[in-house]
Every structure is written in C-alpha cells, then in structure tokens.
Design a protein around this ligand. Structure first.
Ligand code: UDP
Ligand code: MG
Length: 140
C-alpha cells in the first residue's frame, strides 16, 4: 500500500523569485496537509549529502552550487498516495515536458532550476524528511 507522506523542497530559484507563497497555496489546494515546514539555507555538505545519489552525474557540482545559492523551504506533506500524487502535481523534471497546470510548468526556469523537489518513493520520503527534520519538529 502506498504511504501517505512525502517530502518537498521549494528550491532557490522559486524562493528567490518570490514564488514561495504561491507554491504553498498550490500544494494545499491539491489536498496536501503540512506536517513540518521550515525556511533554511543548505550548506554545501548538506546539499552534497541530500543529492549523493547523483554524485556521479555530470550535473552534480552545478546542482549542489544551485541548491546552496539561496534559501529553500523544506516540508513534510500528508495526503493519501502522497509520493505519486505530489510527483503529478509538480510535473516532469524538464519544465518543457511538464504538463499544463503543474508547479514546474508554472514556475520552473530550467532543468536544474525547476522550482520544487518531490520524493520519488516512500522510502526516500522518509529518509529525506528525517534528513531535514527532528521528530519533535513534525506534527501528528
Ligand atoms: N538535474 C539537473 N540536470 C539534469 C537532471 C537533473 O540539474 O540533467 C537536477 C534537477 O534540479 C532535478 C535534480 O537534479 O530536479 C534531481 O534530478 P532527478 O532526476 O531526481 O529529478 P526529479 O526527481 O527532481 O524530477
Ligand atoms: Mg529525484
């Protein structure tokens, strides 16, 4: 059975462009409830660890640089079928492939600066949520 929580970050391009509130509105309108949320500046080592799965990819260095270029908003979200439904809400990684009405279609500016992160599995949602939040920072 699919889990009911996922993890997201609003990325530096979107926080820097003033889109944070609009993106949070879209998330809530889509039926997700916020279980934890914070505004934070990632350090280089945090960004390297968060994206360690991509460490061999050619874009890794730029991705780490980008993710530390301005603050992010990290959040744990709850909804039935959270991981899959959130990936649908954000749209494809490449903004030109993102469906009409998706968050990336509306706010992404490039494949790297694509406005939001969404976990790709229940296991990663848990790992990523625990990376950013202590259990005392997450509501029931
Ligand atoms: N990324 C990039 N260049 C690429 C592929 C990915 O800069 O060719 C960045 C982009 O910000 C993406 C992140 O790396 O969101 C993680 O990539 P992934 O394939 O996991 O995409 P996502 O799950 O975010 O859609
Ligand atoms: Mg991914």
């Amino acid at each position: 059975m699919a889990g009911n929580r996922t993890f997201t970050m609003i990325k530096p391009d979107a926080t820097g462009a003033g889109h944070t509130g609009k993106i949070i509105d879209k998330i809530i309108e889509a039926g997700f409830s916020i279980k934890a949320m914070k505004w934070a500046q990632l350090s280089t080592s945090q960004a390297q660890e968060f994206y360690a799965v991509h460490s061999e990819r050619p874009f890794y260095g730029e991705l780490v640089e980008y993710m530390t270029s301005a603050p992010i908003v990290a959040a744990i979200l709850e909804k039935d079928n959270a991981v899959e439904d959130f990936r649908t809400l954000i749209g494809a990684t490449k903004p030109e492939e993102a469906a009409e009405g998706t968050i990336r279609k509306m706010f992404a500016t490039s494949i790297a600066a694509n406005a939001v992160h969404g976990s790709d599995s229940d296991d990663n949602a848990k790992i990523e949520g625990e990376f950013h939040f202590a259990s005392t920072e997450v509501t029931a």
